[in-house]
Design a binder for this molecule. Structure first.
Ligand SMILES: [Zn+2]
Length: 199
C-alpha cells in the first residue's frame, strides 16, 4: 500500500476537548485525531524522531484569528516543515481537499490533484517540489521492500506508534463536545484488539 494515500473522505472530527489554557494539552487529542501523521504531507511519526518535529498548526492563523487560538476545531497535527511552509497564511482546508482519489501520489513520488483548490494548497505548501517527490519515492520504496521481505519491519513502518495516548484518562477543563469519539480512539481500539496492525 502506498503510505501517501490520503483519506478517502473529508475528515470529520471525532474529538472535541475544550478549555485548555496551554496549546500542548491538545496534542494527545490531535495525534489520535489525525492518526499520528501530518495532515498536509502524511509524514508519519513512526518515520522520524518525534521530538520537536510535530507542530500544533492553527488552520486559521492566530495573527488573523486570535479568538481561535485555543479552539480545538482550528488545530491540526502537522510536521514542522509544513507548519513553517504554511506560515500565517490562510490556506484552503486540507481536511476537505486532501482526499483520495482526488489527490494521488504516484509510485515515483509525484503528487497530482484533480481539484484546483487542492492543487493550489499543494503548491502553497511546496508538496509538489522535486525534493518532496524524492522523499515520497524513498518511503514508498522502503515500505514496498519491507512488505515483501520483512513483515515485522513493515508492521513498524506502517503501524501505529507504541505510545498511543490514553484519552480516557484526560479531562479537558472545558469539557468534551464529542465524548463518544474516545471509544474510537486508537488506544481503546488497541485494548479491544480492533486496531489494525498497519494503516
Ligand atoms: Zn507535513
Amino acid at each position: 500500500m502506498n503510505p501517501f494515500t490520503y483519506p478517502a473522505t473529508a475528515h470529520v472530527r471525532r474529538h472535541g476537548p475544550q478549555g485548555y489554557a496551554d496549546l500542548d494539552s491538545f496534542r494527545p487529542w490531535l495525534r489520535d485525531e489525525f492518526s499520528f501523521r501530518c495532515v498536509y504531507c502524511l509524514l508519519r511519526e513512526q518515520w522520524a524522531h518525534v521530538r520537536g518535529l510535530y507542530a500544533i498548526d492553527h488552520f486559521r492563523a492566530v495573527t488573523h484569528h486570535p479568538e481561535q487560538a485555543q479552539e480545538y476545531d482550528n488545530l491540526l497535527h502537522a510536521c514542522a516543515g509544513c507548519n513553517v511552509a504554511k506560515g500565517a497564511r490562510d490556506v484552503p482546508d486540507p481536511l476537505l481537499l486532501l482526499t483520495s482519489p482526488a489527490v494521488q501520489v504516484s509510485e515515483d513520488g509525484t503528487i497530482h490533484a484533480d481539484n484546483p483548490n487542492a492543487a493550489h494548497l499543494i503548491e502553497l505548501l511546496g508538496l509538489d517540489s522535486e525534493r518532496f517527490a524524492e522523499f515520497r519515492m524513498l518511503w514508498i520504496g522502503i515500505a514496498t521492500l519491507a512488505a515483501r521481505h520483512d513483515s515485522a519491519l513493515h508492521g513498524r513502518l506502517m503501524g501505529y506508534p507504541a505510545d498511543l495516548p490514553d484519552l480516557t484518562a484526560l479531562r479537558a477543563p472545558g469539557g468534551n463536545t464529542r465524548p463518544e469519539g474516545i471509544a474510537q480512539s486508537c488506544h481503546v481500539q488497541r485494548q479491544n484488539g480492533t486496531l489494525p496492525e498497519t494503516y
